[in-house]
Write a protein that binds this ligand. Structure first.
Ligand code: GAL
Length: 666
């Protein structure tokens, strides 16, 4: 476990740097990230480099034995560049071009920008690539942050056409794949195709989905360009970037692929209410009232899911590049944070698989956009809540290190597929249907049972998992189906939920019986599907077969499908007689299809049923606000509430104080 901090030496007089570096070392910091926004200082005018300040900063930090992480400054193209080459500025979906004055205002497909970006990255890597004091490189900063994942400029239009040509080869193929016969959208030539910006009223969802993919691929390619330069000039250094947890606009699996390890920026009080609106089950109060968690904690269920996804990006331990360590400045409400909460955030990150954590930021800034953002030190350099939390964490460092040394294991995987997410965002069919919400339903149910879960891409190796849940495997290709089949045939249990197998890869509806390419795995046909207005429910039948070990009753609501089993067994029916849930034996494994959108209780019931069937260990229902993790022989209970909680286990009774953690060892 190593702790670090984000530091901006350029914000402080050089005379202060020595004191800062000493204090960092004394407090337990071992790595310091610098320079990721300092382009205008490194290259104050085109082709003129000023490294003196950076040399001095690195030396000052290294003199205290601190390792340095260097960030490339490409998130902040300087004014001389944007003024000489305004074509590098990105264009929003509204077709308005962004101006200079913030960050991430560049287009990743601008050939001009790519040239300047290559130059500054090369200059940096030539100067510092062999420097042993620099152990990690961070590429850019938060790709897509500030709604910048998708640019709609003319360079992008051109790059999009090439991307489409590679994907579809012929214009006829593209027309067929997008269904362009509809509303006379047939293209005769690639040059007629434009980005689907907001000056089009109703957009073709195939066109838009491909644009989302293209924009994501563009950022991945841009990252790769920097990666290649750094890898060549800074051999044997670790290369990463800082991702954004449950970020939806770029395929983070693709971004993660080339990197040596991934990190993300963890700001739990960054608008948890808005996340709740997106993630909480239909009908649940999203205003955190009545409150489960302490007021300054954010939403640890949502944080946990972000950690689980970040772990799953490479199926490997990860880092927290920026850990909130006090109040932030950009939420709707920015409460002060108590030290014990910051400590809990760190413990949760570690429990979920973080092995490196940098606090953002060392000292609160006196100027510009983030004046109201806290740091470990305040504006006046006095230690703040985060500093106190860090000192507590230092005191328990050995225990943290012991946990980090244990493997992260999970019996259950949730499939996260950006294509499915985007397709359903484009056509939710009911406004509040959200792919992430559907995943969260199962994630939360698993966490309530204290079961660890990894969130993986459909391309991941599924063999380590006893249970794989794909709540809406919407765009199901023959290849994906084959992959699922291999997993199940060798003993895996796979669960599909509503809206699975509905679409082709280019976002057309399949004309084979639903669930399309998954039909033979499911062994049942979805004969009918619909979404129900709030308050309308379809009663479930009492169990009638002795194969029904589900013992579910109640009603289906929200989204309902009818199943007609072919080879599958009907596990649960609606009172109207049609099948609601099936299970199909495939090789040595099983495929379930859940034909309605479960309530949280129903999802929890299903999860418990599957875990029992698979003999997968779980702890039982935990009190709300208590999180349980198992790492090797260690049991960790985290209490994110203001109340003491007692947990009754078969052989023990545990009491976890409010806002605290209890660790026991087998
Ligand atoms: C992050 C960003 C940092 C800083 C921080 C403030 O998103 O990477 O540079 O702006 O937010 O909370």
């Amino acid at each position: 476990m190593r702790f670090g901090v984000c530091y901006y030496p350029e914000h402080w007089p050089p005379e202060r740097w020595t004191t800062d570096a000493r204090l960092m070392r004394e407090s337990g910091i071992t790595i310091v990230r610098i320079a990721e926004f300092a382009w205008s200082l490194m290259e104050p005018e085109e082709g003129t480099y000023n490294w003196t300040w950076l040399d001095n900063a690195i030396t000052t930090l290294a003199n205290e034995g601190l390792q340095v992480m260097l960030g490339t400054p490409t998130a902040t193209p300087p004014a001389w560049l944007t003024r000489t080459h305004p074509d590098i500025l990105r264009v929003d979906k509204s077709t308005i071009q962004r101006n200079h004055g913030s960050r991430r205002h560049y287009c990743p497909n601008s050939p001009t920008y790519r040239l300047y970006s290559r130059r500054i990255v090369t200059a940096m890597a030539e100067r510092y690539g062999q420097d042993k004091r620099i152990t990690v490189w961070q590429i850019d900063n938060e790709f897509g942050g500030g709604r910048t994942a998708r640019c709609y400029c003319s360079d992008c239009a051109q790059a999009f056409r090439l991307w489409l040509q590679q994907r579809y080869q012929t214009i006829d193929n593209l027309n067929d794949s997008w269904g362009n016969i509809f509303w006379s959208q047939i293209y005769q030539d690639w040059s007629q195709i434009e980005p689907p910006s907001d000056d089009i009223d109703k957009k073709n969802p195939s066109h838009e989905l491909d644009y989302f993919r293209f924009a994501s691929d563009s950022m991945v390619a841009y990252q790769q360009e920097q990666f290649d330069i750094i890898r060549q000039l800074a051999p044997n250094r670790r290369i990463t970037t800082n991702l954004m947890g449950l970020y939806l606009d770029l395929d983070q699996f693709d971004l993660a692929t080339p990197l040596d390890y991934v990190t993300w920026d963890n700001y739990p009080t960054g608008n948890p209410d808005r996340w709740r609106q997106l993630m909480y089950p239909p009908g649940r109060d999203t205003s955190a009232n009545p409150p489960i968690y302490s007021y300054d904690v954010g939403d640890p269920m949502i944080q946990g899911m972000a950690h689980a996804l970040t772990y799953g990006l490479k199926n490997a331990p990860f880092g927290i590049m920026e850990q909130q360590c006090g109040h932030i400045n950009w939420g709707d409400v920015n409460p002060g944070i108590r030290p014990e909460i910051i400590r809990l955030w760190v413990w949760q990150a570690v429990a979920e698989g973080a092995e490196e954590l940098l606090f953002f930021r060392w000292r609160a800034t006196l100027f510009a956009h983030e004046q109201y953002h806290s740091g470990l030190l305040g504006h006046d350099a006095r230690p703040q809540a985060g500093f106190a939390a860090f000192q507590t964490l230092q005191a328990e460092y050995d225990q943290l290190a012991q946990i980090v040394a244990q493997p992260v294991t999970a019996d259950v995987a949730l499939i996260f597929n950006y294509d499915d997410l985007w397709a359903l965002q484009l056509q939710p069919h009911r406004r509040d249907f959200h792919y992430l919400r559907h995943l969260f339903l199962y994630y939360e149910a698993l966490r309530q049972d204290g079961t660890s879960v990894t969130i993986v891409s459909p391309d991941a190796d599924l063999s380590p998992f006893k249970l794989v849940i794909a709540p809406s495997a919407h765009l199901a290709t023959a290849e994906l189906s084959q992959k699922f089949q291999t997993y199940v045939e060798t003993g895996g249990t796979l669960v599909f939920g509503v809206r699975s197998g509905f679409k082709t890869d280019s976002n057309l509806v399949t004309d084979t019986p639903l669930p399309g390419h998954l039909h033979h795995l499911v062994g049942a046909t979805v004969t009918h599907w619909q979404t129900l207005p709030n308050g309308i429910e379809w009663p479930l039948a009492e169990s009638t077969t002795n194969q029904d070990t589900l013992h579910m009753s109640g009603s289906a609501s929200y989204w309902v499908e009818h199943l007609d089993p072919t080879s599958a067994t009907s596990l649960l029916q609606y009172q109207s007689g049609e099948t609601a849930i099936t299970v199909n034996e495939v090789g040595q494994g099983h495929v379930y299809y859940v034909g309605f959108y479960p309530t949280p209780d129903q999802a929890h019931h299903l999860i418990t049923h599957w875990l029992d069937t698979l003999n997968a260990p779980y702890i039982g229902t935990l009190p709300p606000g208590i999180f349980y993790y198992k790492r090797g022989p260690y049991h960790l209970f985290l209490n994110f509430t203001d109340n003491e909680h007692t947990i009754l286990l078969p052989e023990a009774k545990m009491t976890v104080p409010p806002r605290d953690i209890l660790i026991t060892k087998e």
